[in-house]
Design a protein around this ligand. Structure first.
Ligand SMILES: NC(=O)NCCC[C@H](N)C(=O)O
Length: 408
């Protein structure tokens, strides 16, 4: 049997292949009045954000990881299946543009871009009003004018490739996102998994679809082992989505348990991976602020195919020891447990680490208190500058989607 293109059975197995998105001109379409709606807290300086991101990609390559770019995968998928016009039509249908004349002008503009790669980048960047001619249509929507400076919004969160789709076993969840701005991002995943020569046409199992009504985002989906997932019930992921996922995974894969972590609905920690990541066989980062209110449910398959759901009364370390079959689990507290350092460093993604091999972890250099504690636990840190990247509220795990990890 041929090797499946996706293989992810842990959070910590040696990372061999990953998807990133190099931040592009979409960041130059962030303006102060619309930051909250686009889920940003500040405006990064693109040139420096790209340098920081290139350093991230280089660090991964130096450690034996093949880096694939989302924008290249999408362009190759579109070209391979010769579906440029279909892609543009689907993209347009999700822009919210109502004027027929403007829809036609946008379509003509995109299809006139000779290189599909550049066309894909343009769909990510968005369109300012100033860059399109006035269209003189006849319908009411053609004549109607607002002060809004964009015809089509940018998609500034694309460099957080962790969220719109998530890999596990030999497949993906193609997610239905919490916000309109991020839901548009999932179209790129759809084209990759429908049409890419290596990742499309059924080569990758599909455990969730973007058309589903309930929400789930990749930052909430953690593959703890070949048997166990942890999934956050959060601002971004509904409990119902986790039940659906459990039903499918228990039937279609070897996963035997999902731990559903209730972390509450909060901008500061919108996904489970902003407060909890796995860094070694027996070590996890954790933000102390979630520990008090954390509830964990255990989802396991019943013999009749239904899902058994039990609330766990144990402490988190005991739940993890039991789920992973290790003697002692260490929970490494963000900011060393100091409430001020923890809050400051979690905000800057101190607990959002990317593990590229057991005990080898990519972090932002700025989280000095947390990093020192991680080193005291014997972890090897690869430190990145992230002053611009962090303004979008995401760290190394958020900015990466593993496609292939060696089994542990
Ligand atoms: N997994 C993650 O936590 N991703 C970070 C996403 C940040 C982005 N600005 C968002 O709010 O969706």
């Amino acid at each position: 049997m041929t090797e499946r293109p996706i293989r992810v059975f842990s959070e910590i197995g040696k990372l061999k292949k990953v998807v990133l998105h190099r931040p592009g001109k979409e960041l130059e379409n962030l303006v102060p009045d619309f930051l909250p709606r686009l889920l940003f807290d500040d405006i990064p300086f693109l040139e420096d954000a790209q340098k920081e991101h290139d350093a991230f990609a280089d660090a991964l390559r130096e450690n034996g990881v093949e880096v694939l770019y989302l924008e290249r995968l999408v362009a190759d998928a579109i070209d391979a299946a010769d579906v440029k016009e279909q892609f543009v039509d689907e993209w347009l249908a999700e822009t919210g543009v109502q004027s027929d004349a403007m829809l036609k002008a946008l379509k003509d503009h995109l299809l006139a871009i000779p290189d599909t790669f550049d066309m894909v980048l343009k769909t990510m960047e968005g369109f300012r009003k100033t860059e399109m001619p006035d269209v003189s249509g006849t319908s009411l929507s053609d004549k109607y004018e607002t002060d809004y400076p964009f015809i089509v919004d940018p998609m500034p969160n694309l460099y957080f490739t962790r969220d719109p789709f998530a890999t596990m076993a030999h497949g993906v969840t193609l997610n239905h996102m919490y916000s309109e701005t991020r839901n548009r991002e999932t179209l790129y995943g759809k084209y990759i998994f429908d049409h890419h020569p290596e990742y499309g046409n059924g080569a990758v199992d599909r455990f969730y679809n973007r058309e589903e009504a309930t929400r789930i985002e990749g930052g909430d989906e953690l593959v703890l082992s070949k048997d166990v997932l942890a999934v956050g019930i959060s601002q971004r992921t509904d409990a119902r989505s986790i039940e659906k996922l459990a039903n499918r995974l228990f039937k279609e894969t070897g996963f035997k348990r999902i731990l559903a972590f209730l972390i509450g609905e909060n901008r500061k920690f919108m996904h489970l991976d902003t407060v909890f990541t796995m860094v070694d066989y027996d070590k996890f980062t954790i933000h102390p602020e979630i520990e008090g209110g954390l509830k964990v449910w255990d989802l396991t398959p019943n013999e009749d195919g239904t899902v058994n759901i039990v609330e766990r009364e144990d402490q988190l370390d005991v739940i993890l020891q039991d789920a992973l079959g290790v003697e002692k689990v260490h929970l490494i507290r963000c900011g060393g447990g100091d409430p001020v350092a923890a809050a400051r460093e979690q905000w800057n993604d101190g607990s959002n680490t990317l593990t590229i091999a057991p005990g080898v972890v990519v972090v932002y250099d700025r989280n000095t208190v947390t990093n020192k504690v991680l080193e005291e636990y014997g972890l090897k840190l690869i430190k990145l500058r992230g002053s611009e990247l962090v303004r979008g509220r995401g760290g190394p795990r958020c900015m990466s989607m593993p496609l292939y990890r060696e089994d542990i």
